[in-house]
Ligand binder design. Structure first.
Ligand code: ADP
Ligand code: MG
Length: 392
């Protein structure tokens, strides 16, 4: 299934290795916040450093518009990474150019250099061949470990691999193995749980998973659009009128496989201390809105999850940020953790929920890439992966 060369297939002793990592982390007042993404790259970096590679690291950070901006500098990450690796990390305030090239050429085996934010160069997102070529010229080998950016064909994620022998790092490999296997060759029953705010974000995913999964369990705000498409008044619930036709098409396609909540928790305001009621699914009164799936839905979904061979989950079941409407999301989190299935969770809010529930370590795989994991589930080939060397 996974058919790309990895860092196990290359000899890096004394080589200069350009590693595209995903260091797109929150930074406040020059200090790194949640460093999960940096830690996720450490196995690859350590594996390359041990036999004596010199590492040139690059990543984007945020979405700087129109050139360099100090609040998007990767400089704070160099210091943080140095602490994690237990060795100095040099930083150069340029992505590609004379200073970066000089710093890269001076690197000795075992040394680490972090380049400035790739997106400070307008050629990055345009996948400019000249930028890719110049980036490639700094190193002997290219390693892509930035799964979270692999769905973008940018100079540092795709273009550079046309000029340099490119292989996958461990994080990339692990992500593709879990997500790719779930789609191509899942242990069955294969159950997908899809929720979150909007159906429009995830139409491609629902469509593809309706083909691949045995059952697709729907919750969250996206369920409301399905309810409305079925003809129920949904009161003041979040709904996407522009997606009603698509919802009808998916309902028809998914007849026996698409499951909607059988009961919901409704509230008279979008607030934690709003008045709330549990109702069997039916017309939602004016002035009320759906905030969570109800207890019978939690029970029914949990039973299906308990018997699953593979579970893929993207998107919370309700407005879990408000504790009074978090039962659906936390209830399913527990069911997924308790199940013997191979479990995969993706999506920023879904991961936040599983962490809050304290159940992260009972999930088989928590994906580091939101957009990239959705595109995998949609069945799209990631350009950053496609550009790497095929194995055999
Ligand atoms: P993820 O980041 O895991 O992909 P999304 O960003 O798609 O998930 O959706 C998460 C958001 O969906 C949360 O902020 C949550 O409050 C919201 N949400 C879930 N259910 C509802 C609902 N019934 N009404 C409004 N918002 C909802
Ligand atoms: Mg989100």
């Amino acid at each position: 299934m996974f058919n790309k060369k990895t860092i196990r297939d290359i000899d890096v002793d004394g080589k200069r290795v350009l590693v595209r990592v995903d260091f797109n982390v929150p930074i406040k007042n020059g200090v790194v916040g949640d460093d999960t993404r940096i830690r996720a790259a450490l196995p690859t970096l350590q594996y390359l450093l041990d036999p004596g590679a010199a590492l040139i690291l690059c990543s984007h950070l945020g979405r700087p518009k129109g050139g360099p901006a100090p609040e998007f500098s990767l400089n704070p990450v160099a210091e943080h990474l140095s602490g994690l690796l237990g060795r100095p990390v040099k930083f150069v305030g340029e992505f590609v150019g004379p200073q970066a090239e000089k710093a890269a050429s001076l690197l000795k085996p075992g040394e680490v250099l972090l380049l400035e934010n790739t997106r400070f160069d307008p050629g990055e997102t345009k996948n400019d061949p000249e930028l890719s070529r110049r980036l490639a010229s700094m190193a002997d080998i290219y390693v892509n470990d930035a799964f979270g950016s692999a769905h973008r064909a940018h100079a540092s994620t795709e273009g550079v691999a046309h000029y340099l022998f490119g292989v996958a790092g461990f994080l990339m490999e692990q992500e593709i193995r879990y997500l790719g296997e779930a789609i191509a060759n899942p242990a069955r029953p294969f159950i997908a749980i899809l929720g979150g705010a909007k159906i429009s974000d995830k139409i491609g995913v629902i469509r593809n998973l309706l083909d691949k999964a045995d059952q697709v369990l729907i919750g969250g705000g996206m369920a409301n659009t399905f309810f409305k498409a079925e003809g129920y008044p949904v009161g003041d619930s979040l709904v996407e009128d522009g997606s009603l036709d698509t919802a009808r098409e998916l309902l028809a396609k998914g007849k026996n496989r698409l499951r909607l909540p059988v009961d919901v928790v409704i509230a008279d305001r979008f607030e934690n201390d709003a008045e709330k009621k549990v109702i069997e699914m039916g017309p939602i009164p004016d002035g009320w809105r759906i905030m969570d799936i109800g207890p019978h839905s939690i029970e029914a979904y949990s039973k299906i999850i308990g018997d699953a061979g593979t579970v893929v989950w993207n998107g919370p079941m309700g407005v879990f940020e408000l504790p009074n409407f978090a039962q659906g999301t936390f209830g399913l989190a527990k069911a997924v953790a308790d199940s013997n299935a191979t479990s995969i969770i993706g999506g920023g809010d879904s991961i936040a929920a599983i962490k809050q529930a304290g159940l992260s370590d009972r999930i088989s795989h928590i994906s580091t890439g939101g957009g990239a994991s959705l595109e995998m589930l949609e069945g799209i080939v990631l350009p950053g992966l496609a550009a790497l060397q095929d194995s055999v």
